[in-house]
Design a protein around this ligand. Sequence first.
Ligand code: SF4
Length: 399
Amino acid sequence: MSPTQPLIFRKGLDMKEAVAGELAAAYHSRLVDDVRASDFRYEAGRLTVHLAREFGFCYGVDRAVDYAYQARARFPGRTVLLTGEIIHNPHVNDRLRASGIRFLSDPAERSRELGPDDVVILPAFGVTVAEMLRLTARGCTLVDTTCGSVLNVWKNVVRYAQDGFTAVIHGKVKHEETRATASQALKYPKGRYLIVLDRAEAAFVCDYIRSGGDRSAFLERFDGAVSPGFDPDVDLAHIGCANQTTMLMSESLEIGDMFRDAMRTRYGDDALPAHFRAFDTICSATQERQDAVEALLDAQPLDLMLVIGGYNSSNTCNLARICAARVRTYHIADPECLVSPEEIRHRPIGAPSTTTAPEATTTDWLPTGGPVTVGLTAGASTPNNIVGQVIQTLTEFCR
Ligand code: SF4
């Protein structure tokens, strides 16, 4: 095989059955199965836990982790690498490291010269166009686990670029998925992108669309969040909305409406379709987890809510934001965060979604004496065994 024609696996590696037992042993939880079978309710002593009806591994993460284990089984004599974290969960990434998979993002691997003997796994949130070209040019065997929901966003962003529409992406500039999605906009010469983090940034852009403004101030504010050579006086005339698939759904919808209104004001109703496009890009798994936690909060009076997931997991951070607006909420990475009945370590709600943001410690977090009702959910990259361990620890604390 020529080094420029790499083998790319996108639909499995025929090793599913061979790794099924290992996956179950690593990530399954009988306790969680039992809670699910008991109408998502668990009782032990003075503790009652209500589990959200949709939580934990989504279909995209499930598939990516499965493919990583399959890749290692399929190529036993070759070096198997990941471009970086396969998903944003430290427990899952550490297990993959322990199984012999190397991470190109680790300091020891960064200067590695890749070649045709290497097998490289692309994560669920995809890689940039430039990274894909680099790996392809090296002739590596590629195991592409990019989620179908992410590919759907890319398809629409590429269409925007083809038609000369700027992709306005609701997402986090530094998130791997958003960087990969933005890079898709540059596949065509007329392609542009602009990344907005939240309503405040969207409102700033909408004001510019309606009434113009200070071009330099605009470019300064969105430094690093726009395509090279971006000119707001030209590139906001035709825009199409997209988003990182794991953002807060209600916020993404609101931001889409804000841009539609601004473009309508600027160009009028009749010309709107020629200047503005939008499509639904929140993935169904993200939506279901956000809906389920809202339903749980509606249905149950809770003493507190625990949200489990990596501190750099966007969808987990957004679940925590939803809960914190309604009940005392702790976003924890793993069961070890439950230090004791008196002390909990957690990511402050609203802190940057990075692994380096400082962790907070709170005391007297768990009611002592009398019944205690805890709501529980987990982000799309959190395996069931972690959820089960959290329930077990809570049980011990409430004896
Ligand atoms: S959160 Fe959605 S887009 Fe991301 S991997 Fe899961 S299913 Fe795919």
